[in-house]
Design a protein around this ligand. Sequence first.
Ligand code: GLA
Length: 384
Amino acid sequence: MTIRNFVRLSSISLLIIMVAVLTSCGNKTGKKEINTTKSKMKISNKTFGKAGDKEIKLFELENENGMKISIINYGAIITSVIVPDRDGKFEDVVLGFDSLQGYLDGHPYFGSLVGRYGNRIAKGKFELDGEVYQLAINNGENHLHGGLKGFDKRIWTAEAFEDKNSVGVKMQYTSMDMEEGYPGTLKVLVTYFLTNENELKIDYKAVTDKACPVNLTQHSYFNFTAGKENILNHQLKIKASKYVEVDQELIPTGKLPEVKATALDFLDFHSVAERISQVPGGYDHSYVFDKEYGKYESVVEVYEPESGRFMEMFTTEPAVQLYTGNFLDGSLTGKNGINYNKHYGFCLEAQHYPDSPNQPAFPSTILRPGEEYTQTTLYKFSTK
Ligand code: GLA
């Protein structure tokens, strides 16, 4: 044996002895033993109720760490996201209802898959290739989140799957030509994944047979206190130096001002509470990410100090609508009998800018035959 090998072997033995000593000390001093035995990923489905004569299914996904997500094929709605706090206590961190009826009775897009166009289109009107299209009007004088019966109120075909590192559900919906006023038959495929890294990943794909605007998004309302409090103490960091300026009706003016020196600046962590009183109505703004257009990157971080819950969001989209549940008014009672008062949830809707079909300087949202719309957005949960 060479001297070098002898030294190497001795250091390895020393390391093994140190680890053994440290482990036994840990046990003696009553330190928590970390349970490394992982449970199996699970996926199941059951009937959640009926929408008309159609049976609605609830899919329950569970990963190896015990994180759970439930999804229904009505509106491709995420009905629950159950994640641990820093003490390992699992709780549901999204708003929603216990039964299908709650969703059928009307709600502000809790957990919904929004389309064809997430956000507002001014007066529901746009011109494309020389044709003027009039969409359904459902928000004052404007079109919001796909119209009167958007993707959030449609029944999707759903299929569960399991792969090496995730369980998931593939959801498909075909939107007919002129549905809610939109041209073209649009075929949409949304895949929800729950990975063993505690990630909720959403992959979107769509194809059309006529040119039309497409801007899909996920409208989950998060509350990391599991509804014990409103979301004002959550801290946010958003990698966006600019935002989309809007008028009184939340329609873009075309300007993209800097967030610097305004209450909209989340370039470093700030609590929602800190400056919300300076924002008339509360946060309901489209933040324009600093990243390169189309690049998949980490863009938002959220931390809730009481529970220690932390979430990081990644997306391919150029912007995110931060909405702090400003229109919630306590009139809806959700899961566990909680009244959803003002600011009881926040949404981080990855998307293009509002009203892009009427703003030629904004990145285009027009999908043409032969092209494929794609988006990937991921929410990764952990604790700190
Ligand atoms: C979006 C909009 C808000 C509001 C909610 C639903 O996030 O930006 O203005 O319409 O949806 O209530």
